[in-house]
Design a protein around this ligand. Sequence first.
Ligand code: HEC
Length: 166
Amino acid sequence: MRLLLLLLLLLTSLSSLFVGCSNPAPVTPVADDVDCNLSTPLVPGVPGSPGHLIKSARNPNGDSELSVLMRSFVDDLRNARTLAEAGEKIPAMYPRHRKMRCAWPTKPDERNERFDLRAQGYLGAVRAFDLEPKKSTYNSIIDGCVNCHAQSCGGPLDFIDSMRWQ
Ligand code: HEC
């Protein structure tokens, strides 16, 4: 009798193991970029670094490297969506977007572990879209933008939300 109980216990624990396997938790792909990650030192004096902001007609005071990159994301996504809707080939976005992990923000301490984790989550969504461009993967990218912007610099949240593919 005891043996039977033991066997039963073993079986249930085993089956819970199997259930665990067949029900994988949603994984966040980790962008494993050796040349551009949180520990990559930023080079002082490059365009967009503190004291060397990138001036433009839009912002004569100048923007950080990260700000300029963010605005290029907006353009990339508009372009990608237009092409996706037309069923045309879309240039991969990941190679450019991954640079967010080693770009100068306006406030250097904004580049911290929390930022980098969210950046990796965002970049996972970008890779998924690059592999399979469609409405749902596009909107996951927007979720990634929102996820970070809801935490830091909430500013363009409404604007980012307006980028959703309805
Ligand atoms: C991991 C965090 C993170 C993710 C993901 C992210 N952003 Fe940002 N974004 C920032 C930070 C931080 C700044 C402020 C940069 C600075 O001031 O140097 C910023 C700035 C911006 C700006 C303002 C640029 C300007 O004019 O100064 C826009 C617009 C923007 N992001 C849009 C987006 C969009 C669209 C996405 C998704 C495609 C996105 N962001 C994804 C953190 C993020």
